[in-house]
Design a protein around this ligand. Structure first.
Ligand code: SF4
Length: 400
């Protein structure tokens, strides 16, 4: 018996975009270059999986979700993620944290456990092994399911094929039926009631009703036709400005090289990325604006990280802690403040110390307390007007 063809929504999308590209990717098995938007999307999906893991009885706090994101994010370098620079990766990191914080602010009070998260399903049907990863499924009772798909791109739009594919998989999968029966043993059939795209950057949800059977049937005929074309080896390129511009296989493609690709295949094979498109030189103002924004976002991010490190070290009573390359030391500082400026000025006048400070500020008055020329009695009187509190200063340096 012929082996089922391994298929998925993304494979279908690539074949529709360009059959030759599909051939490079899935017949020659040449991996594409890493893309930062995929790395960002998968980190955000991992966080949502962490938050809503049905196996965990309680939901993680915002701090725990942020820590999980930090650990996930730091597993790969900016190059492995596909970012052009460490600064761009840092901007992605800051965006991810901001999304998680906003998501908690909007939704934490109404978190509910789903039926499943990031469920990988393989459905053998009509000669295909259909692989889908369902971001989230909610059980609505009576065998009815809501499917939710997280989106992390700039915009979100209805992608009918993706919705159809999910509906086809969920309503035909024995694994999903079994999962529903763990909640509701009387259920004989699973039915998709709602499908949603949840756009994480804007926290907006687009919800669609179940597609009519007629549309699913027409969609499925399209899938089977594509599968037949793949089996028959129909991989003619369909070049076009939008798909070829960003295609990693341009340097190998017969449209650009004039000959069929006969090079190495398999996951170890190397491909040379196409030369980047020539960009126009930005103006001085654009360069400056970009640098100011980059600097501002780095400073904000540094402050946020510093506060988090100080909080974690204080909570755990650490004075020193090590990263893989850096060490952090926490210095406790006693801070003296004078809140009643009038009383301080009167006292300094009476003590004939006003001339010493020139301008009485918090720091110049505090300096008098350690000035050897100021009498012990005057220091005591000044201390009586002072309040002390503790502050912490963080020092980070390369570990030895
Ligand atoms: S360069 Fe264009 S025609 Fe060639 S594989 Fe890529 S998308 Fe297809």
């Amino acid at each position: 018996m012929a082996k089922n063809l391994s298929f998925s929504y993304s494979k279908m999308g690539m074949y529709k975009e360009c059959p030759q590209k599909y051939k490079f990717r899935y017949v020659h098995m040449l991996p594409e270059q890493p893309k930062y938007y995929f790395a960002f999307g998968s980190a955000m999906h991992a966080v949502m999986e962490f938050i809503f893991d049905p196996a965990r009885p309680t939901f993680p706090s915002l701090q725990e979700a942020l820590q999980f994101f930090d650990v996930t994010w730091s597993k790969t370098t900016f190059e492995q993620k596909g970012y052009a620079s460490a600064e761009k990766e840092l901007a992605g990191y800051a965006e991810g944290r901001q999304i998680i914080e906003s998501y908690y602010a909007k939704n934490a009070s109404s978190f509910v456990h789903p039926l499943s998260v990031e469920m990988k399903s393989t459905l053998d049907i009509d000669g295909l092994s259909l692989i889908s990863i369902l971001d989230r499924m909610d059980y609505l009772g009576g065998g009815k399911i809501k499917i939710l798909d997280y989106k992390t791109g700039k915009t979100v739009q209805r992608e009918p094929d993706q919705l159809y594919m999910y509906q086809k998989v969920v309503e035909n999968s024995p694994t999903i039926l079994k999962l529903v029966q763990t909640k509701d043993p009387a259920v004989k059939e699973v039915r998709v009631e709602q499908l949603s795209f949840y756009h994480l950057p804007t926290l907006q949800e687009m919800t669609f009703d179940r597609a009519p059977d007629k549309e699913i049937f027409a969609f499925w005929q399209k899938v089977l036709t594509i599968a037949d074309n793949i089996r028959a080896g129909h991989f003619d390129p369909t070049p076009g400005e939008s798909q070829c511009r960003w295609c990693d296989y341009r340097n190998l493609c017969p449209v650009f090289t004039g000959k069929e690709y006969t090079g190495p295949s398999g996951y170890g094979a190397k491909i040379t990325p196409p030369a980047p498109a020539v960009k126009e030189m930005p103006s001085t103002q654009e360069v400056l604006s970009e640098k100011i924004d980059r600097y501002g976002s780095l400073v904000e991010e540094l402050r946020r990280l510093e506060n988090e490190i100080i909080t974690l070290m204080r909570e755990n009573k650490f004075e020193r802690h090590f990263g893989k390359q850096y060490k952090a030391e926490l210095e406790r500082i006693e801070k003296t403040t004078f809140s009643d400026k009038t009383k301080v000025v009167d006292l300094l006048r009476n003590l004939k110390l006003l001339a010493k400070v020139l301008v009485p500020t918090q720091s110049t008055v505090t300096a008098l307390l350690s000035d050897p020329t100021v009498s012990a009695d005057a220091k005591e009187k000044l201390k009586a007007l002072a309040k002390t509190c503790e502050d912490f200063s963080l020092h980070i340096e390369k570990a030895d």
